[in-house]
Design a protein around this ligand. Structure first.
Ligand code: NAD
Length: 309
């Protein structure tokens, strides 16, 4: 496993990291025992950065993760969670709510500090409230020693520069914007590097679009993206390589991205994912698959308030 510095935080994070949304049964039903086993497998494989949120499974993911982490020495992993999103349409970035939220997360996760606290999907709220109210409240929480670093997450790329030009943040978490079908995060990399921000990319499988099983029913991608990704998956299968392998290797090949979060509640898939990071990318197959995906390249979907897209 490769390890990279997460911008100015100084945290040395694994290039492949563990996304905990699956522990909340976001993709399909996962038992607590399966979830705990998956977390232990991830840490044993060298994935030292774990991301979760109170939103995933409406607190279930944090609760299961907390039970798993009880058995792991605290300095064996870095822990990231979030504030501000509490349901599909439930957001609250007010100072009072986010202060309480950190305490609730600490209790569910059964730890005394969180390494990275992130404002979750800020495009659904007011970016100016995040600057004027949410981030200052989190800085107070940091002074109390409950969190070490502060970040922001979301889908539209413009939100990151808007915030980072106006407020101090340590890291950004972008998702579905650095994968086989969408590499638009590349356009933001020079700015992020200039600011020395931690760069976390999530969903290298485009939240299931780039899997043989296909995207879940709730996936927001329009039909043309779904169809192109399904065609790419069939093509890879015919060439004897799972699209998950190509997609993961592609996402991890860019050293400018400090860590890539992949979610799975299946320990066997995690083992495959870790092994794929050690094997070379098939450049011919990559060229062919990117040609199939070209009609939908960098196409995305709206998220949050129109003015934030
Ligand atoms: P992803 O794109 O990697 O998709 C995960 C899907 O792929 C799941 O269905 C999983 O079971 C499947 N999968 C994983 N490995 C596989 C394999 N080897 N073979 C077959 N299927 C496989 O990632 P994701 O779950 O969308 O995101 C990863 C993490 O990133 C999340 O858990 C979360 O922590 C974080 N995230 C954060 C935000 C945000 O803050 N707004 C958004 C998206 C993701």
């Amino acid at each position: 496993m490769q390890y990279r510095l997460l911008g100015k935080t100084g945290l040395k994070v694994s290039a492949l990291s563990f996304g905990g949304s699956s522990l909340g049964s976001v993709f399909h039903e996962v038992t607590e025992a399966e979830g705990i086993h998956t977390v232990h497998t991830a840490i044993d494989l060298g994935l030292n950065f774990i991301d979760v949120s109170p939103y995933y499974g409406l607190t279930k993911a944090e609760t299961v993760l907390g039970k798993a982490l009880r058995e792991v020495p605290r300095d064996n992993y870095y822990l990231a969670t979030k504030v501000g999103r509490y349901g599909d349409a439930e957001f609250d970035f007010s100072a009072g709510r986010v202060r309480a939220s950190v305490d609730e997360s600490l209790a569910r996760l059964q730890v005394d500090h969180i390494d990275l606290i992130q404002c979750h999907d800020i495009e659904f709220g007011s970016l100016d409230q995040v600057i004027q109210e949410t981030l200052p409240a989190l800085r107070e929480v940091r002074q109390q020693g409950k969190v070490r670093f502060i970040g922001i997450t979301g889908l539209p790329l413009r939100i990151f520069q808007y915030i980072a030009e106006r407020a101090e943040v340590d890291a950004i978490l972008s998702y579905c914007r650095y994968s086989l079908n969408d590499t638009s995060l590349e356009t933001l990399l020079p700015f992020l590097q200039q600011e020395n921000l931690g760069i976390i990319s999530a969903s290298p499988l485009s939240m299931g679009l780039l899997t043989e099983r296909g995207a879940p029913a709730w996936h927001p991608a329009p039909t043309d993206i779904r169809t192109a990704c399904a065609m790419a998956a069939i093509y890879c299968r015919a060439r004897g390589i799972a699209i998950e392998q190509l997609a993961l290797q592609f996402a991890l090949a860019n050293p400018a991205i400090h860590t890539t979060l992949v979610g799975s509640a299946n320990p066997e898939n995690l083992k495959k994912n870790a092994a794929w990071t050690e094997t070379p990318l098939d450049m011919d197959l990559l060229t062919e698959v990117r040609a199939i995906l070209k009609p939908v390249l960098n196409k995305t979907w709206p998220s949050g308030r129109p003015e934030n897209n």
